[in-house]
Design a protein around this ligand. Structure first.
Ligand SMILES: Nc1ncnc2c1ncn2[C@@H]1O[C@H](COP(=O)(O)OP(=O)(O)OP(=O)(O)O)[C@@H](O)[C@H]1O
Ligand SMILES: [Mg+2]
Length: 459
């Protein structure tokens, strides 16, 4: 007879006792004792939730996540509400004039924290070939914080990734200034400060504009005005031109009453280095005008663009068309090499006639070869005033000598005698070269007078 250990009667495992394999147990008896299926299911779910640690943890996480999401949307809404109630924005798009003013202002402003800077380089090539560059560090794209008159301002410079300004090929940008609602008046103060700072930088200076796509853009930094006294033309010529321009500027009503387009064209012709460009710059300075320079031989200049540019000249600006003969000659000469200027001769004539604008239009044209010009361009209305700016006359030689060597009358006379006896045409640019080389030495200039024989002598 086999002795067997008494086997304990199978008792249902109490809920507290751990299951043999560590798995949560299910109270089968309890389930079977319930007579409805629903009761069984709910008990099963309850068991699973309370008894299954994975499930319980998942549920907890879900609740936590939902709670956080609700809280987050609440905070977002609240901050949106507060933002609308307490803060104000000012948006300055890059198309706006005050955009550059603001960036310049900010680059000079001390109380700011910016870690993103971008560089704006101005590059100017002077008459004498020297190049001067100036870097200004302006706030770059990103966020910046400044303190202005006690108020904090948050500044965001953004670049639109997709949109391009078709006129300049640069991406559209905006600067957004944000500050407290109560400090909103400071925006106006800030902008007017930026504006007066920008205008002050131009005071006593001549802004040179060049064409940039269909619009005019300032070229480099404004140049210091050239005094009219520093350009020495033959006796009476300077005043003749000056009087004519000033008289024209006073006669707006007269033109208007007679229905004549309010414009006047000047042609300065003569050999290289006689002071044509210098005189126009000095004249602009004297009149407090800026200069718009247009290069007609520019390859991508078309009739349409030319017309648009000539009808949208910035206020108080002279239009300067340099070497007016070159554009058309070049086109003829280099047709076979593939070069073709976009401007046609009739396009230029039409643009010169232009649309009658209420503002005055003063056009200066220069050329070294007036004989190459088509008579159509010389007709009144296009060119109303023509003047030869020639090689140095005795009068100019003397005046220039005395400008460099003040009070040296006797030496001036001697210089004129020696220079004229060379028997060659001498340009005023050559004289300037000689005098600059002998800065404070009139005798040096006298002994080196022979060098004027070669037009492009290098000292
Ligand atoms: N009449 C002048 N009085 C003073 N400076 C002059 C005169 N003519 C020329 N110069 C000097 O010579 C240089 C060249 O002058 P500018 O560029 O005005 O000549 P331009 O007549 O325009 O020559 P181009 O026909 O080659 O364009 C300048 O630096 C200028 O200061
Ligand atoms: Mg010139």
């Amino acid at each position: 007879m086999a002795v067997s250990e008494p086997v304990a009667p199978q008792t249902p495992a109490s809920p507290s006792s751990p299951p043999p394999n560590g798995m949560p147990s299910i109270d089968i008896d309890k389930i079977t004792s319930e007579d409805s299926f629903g009761g069984m299911a709910s008990s099963f779910v309850q068991q699973a939730i309370t008894g299954n640690p994975y499930f319980a943890a998942g549920g907890g996480l879900m609740l936590l996540g939902t709670g956080l999401a609700v809280a987050r949307s609440g905070i977002t809404r609240l901050s949106g509400f507060l933002y609308r109630q307490l803060l104000v924005d000012l948006e300055i798009p890059s198309k706006d004039k005050s955009y550059m003013w603001f960036l310049e202002w900010m680059s000079k402003y001390k109380q700011r924290s910016s870690r993103h800077l971008s560089v704006e380089t101005s590059f100017v090539q002077h008459d004498n070939g020297a190049v001067s560059t100036k870097f200004s560090l302006v706030p770059g794209p990103g966020n910046h914080l400044i303190r202005y008159k006690g108020a904090f301002m948050f500044i965001k410079r953004e670049r639109s990734g997709k949109m391009l300004d078709m006129t300049s090929g640069t991406p559209f940008e905006t600067v957004t200034l944000t500050t407290l609602y109560r400090d909103r008046n400071l925006f106006a103060d800030l902008l007017s400060e930026a504006k007066s700072m920008a205008l002050k930088a131009q005071e006593g200076k001549t802004v040179i504009y060049t064409s940039w796509g269909p619009e005019w853009r300032p070229f480099g930094q404004p140049k210091r005005k050239r005094t009219i006294g520093s350009v020495i033309l033959d006796k009476g010529i300077k005043n003749m031109i000056l009087d004519d321009v000033k008289d024209f500027l006073k006669s707006g009503q007269w033109y208007f009453d007679r229905g004549i387009p309010y414009r006047r064209g000047y042609l300065l012709f003569g050999p290289p280095g006689s002071g044509k460009t210098s005189f126009i710059q000095a004249l602009a300075g004297d009149l407090d005008y800026n200069i718009c320079i247009l290069n007609l031989s520019e390859a991508n200049l078309t009739d349409d663009r030319l017309n648009h540019l000539m009808n949208h000249i910035p206020e108080r600006s002279l239009l300067l068309l340099e070497d007016i003969d070159a554009a058309f000659n070049k086109r003829d000469q280099t047709d076979d090499s593939g070069y073709k200027s976009g401007v046609t001769f009739s396009g230029l004539l039409n643009a010169l006639d232009g649309v009658a604008s209420s503002e005055e239009t003063i056009t200066f044209m220069t050329t070294n070869h007036p004989e190459k010009l088509d008579p159509a361009i010389l007709r009144p209305g296009r060119v109303d005033f023509r003047v030869l700016i020639g090689d140095a006359t005795e009068y100019q030689m003397r005046e220039m000598f005395l400008r460099f060597y003040v009070g040296e009358e006797a030496k001036a006379d001697e210089f004129v005698k020696k220079a004229t006896s060379l028997g060659v045409p001498i340009s005023t640019a050559q004289l300037q070269g000689l005098f600059v080389y002998n800065k404070n030495d009139p005798d040096g200039a006298l002994t080196l007078v022979e060098t004027l024989k070669t037009p492009n002598h290098v000292f």
